[in-house]
Design a protein. Sequence first.
Length: 366
Amino acid sequence: MRIDRYWKQAAAGLLAIMTLTMTGGNLDSLAMTNSQPLKAQGQMLSSPDKIIIRDEGEAAQSSQAAAASQPVIQAKAQIAAFGEVTTPKTDSTSLFGAGRLTMLANHDTAAQLLSVIIETGEGGLIVVDGGWTNNTDYLLNQIKQKGGHVQAWLLTHPDSDHVGALADILYKHNGEITIDGIYYSFAEDSWYAEKDPEVAKMVAYIKGAFGLVPQNILHGDIVSGQVIQAGPARIQVLNQAYKMNNDFVNNSSVAYMVSLNGTNTVFLGDLAKSGGEQLMADHDLSALKCDIVQVAHHGQNGVGYEVYKALRPSVALWPTPQWLWDNDNGGGSGSGIWLTQETKNWMVRLGVNANYCIKDGDQVIE
């Protein structure tokens, strides 16, 4: 059994325990209900075993078979070497100039997810993944509140906690927002079916949703080094999906670098150790001049220390719920099997200045 499947199943057990002890059986009461984003609530990891919070401001199935054979249309890609994709620093008082980055918490359950919206400052949005199907309404409302125009929707890999919400938006809310381009790299269907039937089902589900949109917005043949323009932001694809036998779906994650106002943010998705090693073998990651990194696989059992060392970020994004942050399987902090503390130690070792974590709700960085 793959480790990520193990800890997701363990998380389900944790939720059951929390439900019995805290809510009398109502899982919804475990969800975060704050509908307003927190304002740049960074955290300092001041020691390997102690976390100090530092407040820095205001705190449908029927279309799947047909869609699987739909063509993916892609214009000729612009390719650039690592280190060549930059944006000018137009506002030295903020990270993203007129724009901002919002990392969404899970307001529906206590499960992990990856869902990020970047406002470019000129009316357009970049979305990274989006979360589970039950996160659809919250994500959709956030996109609408921010203008409703997604210039680039970046998918890391076809796991349910990453692409489920986009699939449901396309199935159930098609036309309510504008999407200029959806970018992804998937392996062939048979590979997923051989590895894990549940992942294969999600691949079929998202591809069925793809069949409902104009095919010219789908970019399923992205390549390493490809540059995507999204208003004043520039995005670079760091790799195509890797096909590895260990931790296969996580190691198939596509990593992206988004540059806005001279700030470079690297999204690693759920890349695990082997995927991170391959990415380092393929490219000099230090050339990206990374300022912000999304920690891989929700902060545990992701890429190794050497990847973070090469990136040398000053800010870390943690798409990590409270139980995973605390490594708590229901028996208290440190009682779980997860490796979150190891990643925290790495951030301390690298001198990361601020850590933004969805355990504290939606995180807004400007």
